[in-house]
Design a protein around this ligand. Structure first.
Ligand code: HEM
Ligand SMILES: *[C@@H]1O[C@H](CO)[C@@H](O)[C@H](O)[C@H]1NC(C)=O
Ligand SMILES: *[C@@H]1O[C@H](CO)[C@@H](O)[C@H](O)[C@H]1NC(C)=O
Length: 313
């Protein structure tokens, strides 16, 4: 009797431990084509429009930083209206179409949160970047939190202390922050997010500033949504050129350029290492993405597997 109740307790402990963890083989029997379906759709979307790879990577980041990687960012309204997201996040229709395909293959099996996490990885790979293994078994939230999105997502006017305040409590080191910022080796930003940098800052390459000003006028309200590549040198190659840009004062956002202060900054050595050693960047980026993808997932019987990513069941 004592020994059977002990094994029951042991069993419950094991079950709890298993449910709190993601597994790389989660869909192997329940939906064996899940990973290849996502990869094929992401590759096609990125081939059609390179920027989509950037947009899908950013969606995963903005999901995970707000109540964990639970697809809360995909619920209509809510977080989508937060300042860092509104008229900025994109890629929802690609995720919706992957979800629709997976629903026909394996009904209510693959979560939207897992689709986002795998799509982010496949996007980076499609643009020539490193790969990593994505743990699976996340479940989808039934709630989203706009106020939390506003406070948890870092603003482009952030300095290093602001970045450390945003990333540190979630378990990211300064090396992780510098590596993750390397995501800005792809994708675009709107004039309103780099205007102050063009007109108020002196640590910007003058040739770059001149060319960007042509499409981003000083006056607020004019050209606010005009786009420029975050990496002006190789905009759609997932490489380490972001860091050589920083060393020549070609970071687009204030929050990018603060990572390199010309030799005296806290992150300067990390930037220099990633600029001269592409393999060091690749491995630091991959391990920081694994950390990001593991931020407080819902598992076991928590949350739900949504039927449609934009609304709760
Ligand atoms: C370090 C703090 C960060 C700040 C302050 C920041 C801020 C921004 C801003 C303001 C934009 C442009 C949005 C627009 O103008 O519509 C942007 C774009 C982007 N961000 Fe970040 N970001 C940060 C970190 C990250 C991380 C960790 C990732 C992913 C790992 C990421 C991936 C991207 C990508 C790929 C784009 C381009 C999206 C597209 O073209 O659709 N960012 N970010
Ligand atoms: C950066 O941190 C300072 C000090 O806490 C704060 O006043 C400021 O609003 C923060 N800026 C951003 C962009 O988060
Ligand atoms: C940047 O310059 C604009 C005018 O061009 C001004 O309105 C704004 O307050 C300045 N911002 C900072 C951070 O100095």
């Amino acid at each position: 009797m004592a020994s059977s109740s002990l094994s029951l307790v042991l069993l419950l402990c094991l079950a709890a431990a298993a449910s709190a963890q993601l597994s790389t083989t989660f869909y192997d029997s329940s939906c064996p084509k899940a990973l290849s379906t996502i990869k094929d759709a992401v590759t096609a979307a990125v081939n059609k429009e390179n920027r989509m790879g950037a947009s899908l990577l950013r969606l995963h980041f903005h999901d995970c930083f707000v109540q964990g990687c639970d697809a809360s960012v995909l619920l209509s309204g809510n977080e989508q209206n937060a300042f860092p997201n509104v008229k900025s996040l994109r890629g929802f229709e690609v995720i919706d179409s992957i979800k629709a395909k997976l629903e026909t293959l394996c009904k209510q099996t693959v979560s939207c949160a897992d689709i986002l996490s795998v799509a982010a990885r496949d996007s980076v790979v499609a643009l020539g970047g490193p790969t990593w293994t994505v743990g699976l078994g996340r479940r989808d939230s039934t709630t989203a939190n706009e106020a939390l999105a506003n406070s948890a997502l870092p603003a482009p006017s952030s300095d290093i202390v602001n970045l450390t305040d945003a990333f540190g409590p979630k378990g990211f080191s300064l090396t992780d922050i510098v590596a993750l910022s390397g995501a800005h080796t792809i994708g675009q930003a709107q004039c309103q997010n780099f205007r102050d940098r063009l007109y108020n800052e002196t640590n910007i390459n003058s040739g770059l500033a001149t060319s960007l000003k042509a499409n981003c006028p000083r006056a607020t309200g004019s050209g606010d949504n005009n786009l420029a590549p975050l990496d002006p040198t190789t905009p759609y190659s997932f490489d380490n050129v972001y860091y050589t840009n920083l060393k020549s004062q070609k970071g687009l956002l204030h929050s990018d350029q603060v990572l390199y202060a010309g030799g005296s900054g806290a992150a300067d050595n990390i930037v220099s290492n990633f600029a001269s050693n592409p393999a060091a960047f690749s491995s630091a980026f991959a391990s920081a993405m694994v950390k990001m993808a593991n931020l407080s997932p819902l598992t076991g019987s928590q949350g739900q597997v949504r039927l449609s990513c934009s609304k709760v069941n």
